[in-house]
Design a protein around this ligand. Structure first.
Ligand SMILES: O=P(O)(O)OC[C@H]1O[C@H](OP(=O)(O)OP(=O)(O)O)[C@H](O)[C@@H]1O
Ligand SMILES: O=c1cc[nH]c(=O)[nH]1
Ligand SMILES: [Mg+2]
Length: 210
């Protein structure tokens, strides 16, 4: 598993505002979108392209075009939905599939309550969106779905991760083509499975539950 932690002052600045508990939902949503676009730039570094011949007003040249089958972007509902616009802004031709998952607050085990993905993912490059990688349970389940259906490689774009969760994903995906692109790796998980210092419950903060 490859891990890339973005190291850029603009990303850290936006993350700081996101973490602040005084930041209200509208600003939180806007910043999430901006952050994802910056992270998506790194996450799509290895997107497959094919050469294409075109003619400019001055003459012929060869450029590139995104390969078929198109990349598949999969936000994990609810919180991952807040990352979708930022990602498709960068890759507007991507197909979008959905996974709905919720973590039991006691056991911390994820349950999948919705799934809308193409049946056959053979040869597809997949990009999973979820702002929080805490214990890693949700992301591991999502990656397993995609690889079982034949995905060629999976890149997860997350805003924050706990070291414990990163280790868990690494152990669960050994030998598979998995990359994680992150805004930051935080200190640890607390006794309730929340990332410390983190930003709280990303879904609640995005959608105004608190
Ligand atoms: O790494 P894990 O321990 O599995 O935790 C991370 C998951 O928890 C959050 O979702 P949540 O269950 O709160 O659902 P929500 O997006 O609907 O708020 C988050 O968006 C991840 O999906
Ligand atoms: O810190 C955390 C952990 C899981 N889910 C969240 O939204 N935040
Ligand atoms: Mg939540």
């Amino acid at each position: 598993m490859r891990v890339h932690v973005a190291d850029h002052p603009l990303i850290t600045h936006k993350l700081t505002v996101l973490r602040n508990k005084e930041t209200a939902s509208p600003t939180f949503r806007a910043l999430t979108e901006e952050l994802v676009t910056l992270l998506a730039y790194e996450a799509t570094r290895n997107v497959r392209v094919d050469p294409i011949d075109i003619v400019t007003p001055v003459g012929p040249t060869t450029g590139v075009t995104i390969s078929q089958p198109r990349p598949l972007v999969v936000p994990i509902l609810r919180a991952g939905l807040g990352m979708l616009e930022g990602m498709v802004k960068l890759v507007p031709t991507a197909e979008v599939g959905f996974l709905g998952m919720v973590r039991d607050e006691e056991t911390l085990q994820p349950t999948t309550y919705a799934e809308r993905l193409p049946d056959d993912l053979s040869n597809r490059q997949c990009f999973v969106l979820d702002p929080m990688l805490a214990t890693g349970g949700s992301l591991i389940a999502a990656i397993e779905y995609l690889l079982e259906r034949g995905a060629q490689d999976v890149t997860a774009v997350c805003i924050l991760a706990a070291p414990e969760g990163l280790e868990a994903v690494k152990a669960a995906t050994e030998g598979r083509d998995v990359t994680i692109v992150l805004g930051a790796v935080d200190e640890r998980l607390d006794e309730n499975g929340y990332i410390v210092p983190g930003l709280g419950d990303a879904g609640d903060r995005l959608y105004g539950t608190v």
